[in-house]
Design a protein. Structure first.
Length: 426
């Protein structure tokens, strides 16, 4: 049965204008499922507050705006944080007997004015039979005025058995130093990064790198704010551990029905994503096979003594291919670059004139020497000729002038919407 906690009726009754403000609002708990794509099931709820004044919903920003106007912000915050919100979320947590987490949002700066917060929370958990390990305290990722006190709070919370998550990581004052010092179980990525990743290839690459770095640092990654299949596909491609968003379920009363709704949506998304991945794989494989064929064909033509620029034309017509060049056994460039039309129209750059330049320190040169029978792919880097993200493919070939390294520069962000993961070798 849905519970509604009227703060004015609570035994810790506020006074004066604070009481007048609070007693005109009803505060309700709702819960949004958090899902594991690996297990394809729900593993937690985020507890959220819904506020009504009379019959009208009140958005939290509007509530605190009105509290600020009336000068009762700190009192309202104290009531919500110190007693009422805890009771509200925990008492309404009807699935406390299931093996799932309950995520509760906390603003770190507010905690500094409520020294008994963890004691109150621990006592209430004990009264309700909820083990502290089931509670994940979400610390909003903002710059704290007192980092030392924040770390003390985190240490005490962990000692009492509570789990720690960092919320909204990737915006504002997020930094890895704080991440390493807090050492949270879970890091929630701010949804703005996912939204940007949907529209911009570079943002998608940054999101992938951020998720990988956080996981390597020892924390689980949760991507929230997933609202459509494209965003879900991006989130799954990052290998994030946990997912959350309206696509799976909107916040509601914790129930078996809400769980089934979220898990059914997750399975559908996983199935659709698998089909997308299969189609993407086939498209990528076709591109890479054609690229390999054109590179080998160019090497054979060069071995026959054909002119360099003409040999490179078919390659330069392929999507994303920008330059071809030859190096000798010492890594010195032989002649000028063969360029695509887009490269020739680029703005002036003194680094573009590279005949005679020595590239022996580059990864693609070393790869070609170490793997003479393969076409090697470098890791992405920023190339000097155009300061663009580049992958260089390289392979050895025997010409009349001696052994040479044939190199092909590709802008990976321009190939199939930046979705080609180049292997070590073709």
């Amino acid at each position: 049965m849905k519970r509604v906690l009227r703060l004015a009726e609570h035994r810790h009754r506020p006074s004066g204008k604070t009481a007048s403000f609070i007693e005109h609002h009803d505060f309700r708990s709702v819960y949004q499922p958090i899902l594991s794509p690996t297990h394809q099931k729900m593993v937690g709820y985020e507890a959220l507050v819904r506020v009504r004044r009379g019959n009208q919903p009140v958005a939290p920003p509007s509530l605190f705006e009105q509290a600020s106007i009336q000068g009762v912000t700190s009192e309202l915050d104290r009531h919500l944080l110190n007693r009422h919100l805890l009771n509200l979320h925990l008492e309404n947590f009807t699935q406390a007997n299931l093996p799932i987490w309950l995520f509760i949002n906390i603003n770190p700066d507010t905690l500094f004015h409520h020294n008994d917060y963890l004691s109150v929370l621990a006592d209430h958990c004990h009264q309700l039979g909820v083990h502290p390990e089931k509670i994940v305290l979400e610390l909003v990722e903002t710059a704290s005025r007192d980092s030392a006190t924040l770390l003390e709070f985190v240490q005490e919370a962990k000692a009492r058995g509570f789990q720690i998550a960092i919320d909204d990581f990737g915006m504002g004052d997020s930094n890895f130093e704080r991440l390493w010092r807090i050492n949270p179980l879970i890091v929630k990525i701010d949804r703005s990064l996912l939204m940007n990743a949907q529209d911009h290839t570079r943002a998608r690459l940054l999101l992938n790198s951020l998720v990988r770095m956080i996981r390597e640092s020892g924390s689980l990654v949760l991507i929230e704010g997933i609202e459509n299949n494209a965003q879900a596909h991006i989130a799954l491609a990052t290998e994030a551990d946990l997912l959350q968003g309206f696509l799976f379920a909107r916040p509601g009363q914790g129930s078996e029905e809400l769980t089934q709704t979220a898990e059914t949506a997750l399975r559908q998304v996983m199935s659709e994503s698998e089909r997308w991945c299969q189609n993407d794989f086939r498209t990528r494989e076709t591109y890479l096979k054609l690229l390999r064929f054109e590179i080998m064909d160019a090497c054979h033509a060069l071995a026959r003594g054909e002119e360099f620029d003409r040999v490179c034309r078919p390659l330069l017509q392929m999507e994303g291919v920008r330059r071809c060049f030859l190096l000798d056994q010492k890594g010195v460039q032989q002649g000028s670059l063969a360029q695509s039309g887009a490269s020739r129209n680029a703005a002036f750059n003194p680094l573009y004139q590279s005949a005679g330049a020595c590239w022996s320190h580059r990864e693609y040169f070393r790869n070609a020497l170490e793997r003479p029978q393969h076409i090697s792919c470098s890791r992405p880097y920023v190339a000097l000729p155009d300061a663009r993200r580049t992958v260089t493919l390289s392979t050895g070939t025997s010409l009349a002038q001696g052994h040479r390294i044939f190199c092909v520069d590709i802008h990976p962000d321009e190939v199939l919407d930046g979705q080609v993961p180049f292997p070590d070798t073709l």
